[in-house]
Write a protein that binds this ligand. Sequence first.
Ligand SMILES: Cc1cc2nc3c(=O)[nH]c(=O)nc-3n(C[C@H](O)[C@H](O)[C@H](O)COP(=O)(O)O)c2cc1C
Ligand SMILES: [Mn+2]
Length: 476
Amino acid sequence: MNETQDLRSFIRLLESMGEIKKIEAADWNLEIGGLTELLSEKRGPALLFDRIKDYPPGFRVLTNPFRTQTRLASALGLDTNLRGLELLNAWRIKLRGFEPVPVTISEGGPVFENTMAEGEIDLYRFPAPIWHELDGGRYIGTGCCVVTKDPESGHINVGTYRCMIQGKNRITVKMDKGKHGRMAQEKYHQAGRSCPVVISMGQDPWLFLASASPLSMDTCEYEFAGWLRGEPVQVVPGPITGLPIPATAEIVLEGEIPPYEAEDLPKEGPFGEWPGYYTHTTVGEVPIMEVERVYYRTDPILLGVPTLKPPNQYLPVPLSAASLWDQLEKAGIPDVKGVWGFVYGSTGPFTVIAIRQRYAGHAKQTALVACGAKAGVVGGKFVVVVDDDVDITDLQDVIWAMATRCNVREGVDLVKGVWTTPVEPAVRPASRSLRGNTMDRVLIDACRPYQWLDEFPPVNAFPREYKQRLERKWNL
Ligand SMILES: Cc1cc2nc3c(=O)[nH]c(=O)nc-3n(C[C@H](O)[C@H](O)[C@H](O)COP(=O)(O)O)c2cc1C
Ligand SMILES: [Mn+2]
């Protein structure tokens, strides 16, 4: 690779593919968010906003970077003609070959072209949008990468957690409990120390994908990004924290999260979240970062990846379904032919799994494992298991299978009290607990009953191959 692989080279690639549109003079207050949602609905091009109202030309925002399967496949280094389950499966197979690619350390980089030092810091100098109508503030961090270091092991973690501007030099960083960055932060605070943090607000797409992916605790997202893009990520030790800063990032904040009491923390949210609601607004819960330095490239580009109401989502295929597929196989479920999700900020809320049934109880076993497996648990509610003649990426086909093959009394189960996400809308506000909440699961076996499979009525549709022959014969 001759060219630096940064956000700018990705934008040039999108230009050469005809997959990006420039928009001038939009307002950071709702218009950028509205246009992002509209073009996401249309599965349109990526959007590069320039000459944003109230801001100097060159201070830009990029949104919808991966909204089409062509763009996503290209970023994942896969065949850009792959679609649906084939694209998901190609990603799953590629993931098996993951080998960490360590970072290289350089002395400087474009990110240091401009600096705001203490006293000069003003986060409002960047065109952070109000993304959705009821948002409680300006979210500068949506397509962001939060870098932390475990004080015991020295392990570096990079995670995407939403960040709201709370003042010229203060932002809340919503690392939910159990997330890797949060666990590192808690260790510093238990020792009475501040947690050093670096946040990149615009960076190459591979680092963002790594940062937003559910990787294991011992995987460093920088090393995953290096593998994904085929060359090491270049980092520069942060002048204040020593934490690795991506050399070609667009905007980077460096500072710390001091130990806090609940009364020190402001209101966070509301924010239009991935299930499609403004659910999780809190006061006194979300950690706050004191920003001590800001570094940015000349004409910086903020990467905006706002969560949107389903079926809009920043990815055109539910990539996390690949992890659930693997976890089912690791749990010993044979003949899983595909996994898909329909409310896929995560696979959980409505998961569909196709199997080739091999024995009595196979379908129930699949549903039980899926509702507890790590990759299926977040926001989980419905797990549907179907035979592999059903196209699980087509909701009509899934509903047809549920409506016709499910023998309701035998095929539907309720599992109570499973782990869930803080953004679950169906937990009453007064019942929300700081210790987290649970949600029940409905397991739906929509497979033809294995015990009398041979007696089940045949499907009333011509085979696809026959119809393809007809198409060719009559040139249809
Ligand atoms: C656009 C976007 C926003 C996200 N916002 C949050 C958030 O505010 N809090 C959170 O805990 N996870 C959020 N996530 C999910 C995390 O990025 C994801 O769980 C990731 O694996 C976290 O990294 P970690 O496993 O190293 O903790 C978001 C993901 C995306 C794509
Ligand atoms: Mn991690």
